[in-house]
Design a protein around this ligand. Structure first.
Ligand SMILES: [Zn+2]
Length: 400
């Protein structure tokens, strides 16, 4: 067994013991406090959304690091984010291990934490049946950010919501606090409206492409131009872009501080974050209150896909989803001739998924918008803007 494999082997055993020991297999583990200071080379983990669970030097300018989930069981969405410093500019080899998962996210690198690009093909190797990757990173004293996806952290949401709240028809409110006391911001239109569209995002912290799409989608609806202005005359909006600020802060793979997948908690409502949304939504059922027209929940997976409700449960606006998505496809194909909108209908009220609970309670279209991990970012922008425009157009024509 090579030294490298030996380390990988013991790391796996150690992390597995860490995960399954303790009061129960589902117990929350805290973010380990890691010192990854190797003198000339430092892996900085002191920023929001940072995550590595072990780090060691295995050679001259060669390091072995790993990421592990907050608790198990969990789906394979191994988040990692670190900032690599080297006193002398040099190429550094980093082996990143996924002892309890497999490779999913193509590394993104950045010199400023704002502008990101995928790692160059020749600097990445996927190893051992996707249980590890090998990266060649050009590090220097100014630091190189390396992350599973672009970092969209809590400060981003604070700024995004507070900037939009400068618009005279938008207010920012704190829907409530996460388990660790972080604010969950909601943007709410102030113009009186009889119908509402509700949007949420970031139940799952690493799902950045969904977050990028939601940001563009929301900004399109807030523009000062005829379609958006007409839409906001008729429809109120409740927008909660970051449902899981604790998970975002801690670089969690999927869960919240309770170790729970929030998008399996719509029904049980055991977690503060989902309860806040439930209470907010239940107000639409009170007499004299505006009604809910549409619910959208933004996520990411391996490709663009819209999880739609089945027609039997869609008592209100049953024609909306097909009309909307066929228009989105037609317009996307003007830019990307091969683009196909994939829509998958489903309804399982026992799943704990937001869209099924909304469908059951309100009978309105409730759609999970999944954006591909590797969908080109320019394509995400086009899709989000087109989807926002067609949502506004179709709702206005169906309900007015
Ligand atoms: Zn998700």
């Amino acid at each position: 067994m090579s030294a490298y494999k030996k380390i990988s082997h013991w790391l796996t055993i150690f992390l597995t013991m860490l995960m399954v020991s303790g009061p129960s297999a589902n117990a929350q583990i805290d973010q380990p406090v890691l010192s990854c200071d190797f003198g000339d080379v430092v892996f900085d983990l002191s920023f929001s959304s940072a995550r590595l669970n072990s780090c060691q030097q295995t050679g001259d300018a060669v390091f072995s690091v790993s990421t592990a989930p907050e608790n198990v069981p969990i789906n394979p969405s191994p988040w990692y984010a670190f900032k690599l410093y080297s006193e002398t500019p040099q190429d550094i080899t980093v082996y990143l291990h996924y002892p309890l998962s497999r490779h999913r996210y193509l590394p993104k690198i950045s010199s400023d934490g704002v502008n990101w690009q995928p790692i160059a093909e020749q600097d990445l190797q996927v190893l051992f049946d996707e249980k590890a990757i090998k990266m060649r990173l050009q590090a220097g004293p100014d630091g190189l950010w390396v992350a599973a996806q672009e970092i969209v952290d809590n400060r981003f949401y604070d700024e995004f919501t507070s900037e939009l709240a400068n618009l005279d028809f938008l207010d920012r409110q704190i829907l409530g606090l996460s388990a660790e006391g972080r604010p969950i911001y909601t943007l709410r239109t102030t113009t009186p409206a009889q119908r509402y569209v509700v949007m949420i995002g970031r139940q799952h912290p690493p799902e950045i492409t969904g977050a990028l799409a939601m940001t563009q989608f929301v900004e399109r609806i807030m523009r000062d131009e005829p379609l958006a202005n007409a839409f906001r005359e008729q429809y109120g909006l409740l927008i909660t872009p970051n449902m899981n600020p604790d998970g975002v802060e801690r670089g969690f793979w999927r869960h919240n501080m309770g170790g729970i997948d929030l998008n399996r908690d719509w029904g049980p409502f055991t977690q503060p974050e989902t309860r806040l949304m439930r209470d907010q939504l239940n107000r639409f059922l009170e007499p004299g209150m505006p009604t809910l027209s549409l619910f959208l929940d933004f996520h990411s997976t391996n490709r663009d896909i819209f999880y739609t409700p089945t027609l039997e449960v869609t008592r209100h606006l049953p024609e909306f989803t097909d009309l909307w998505l066929s228009q989105v496809q037609a317009r996307m194909q003007q830019i990307y001739p091969e683009y196909e909108v994939e829509a998958v209908p489903g309804y399982n009220v026992d799943s704990g998924v937001s869209k099924s609970w909304i469908s059951q309670m309100f009978g309105v279209p409730a759609i999970t918008v999944e954006i591909g991990d590797d969908t080109p970012r320019a394509m995400i922008d086009s899709l989000a803007v087109i989807a926002a425009e067609e949502m506004m157009t179709q709702l206005l024509s169906l309900e007015n």
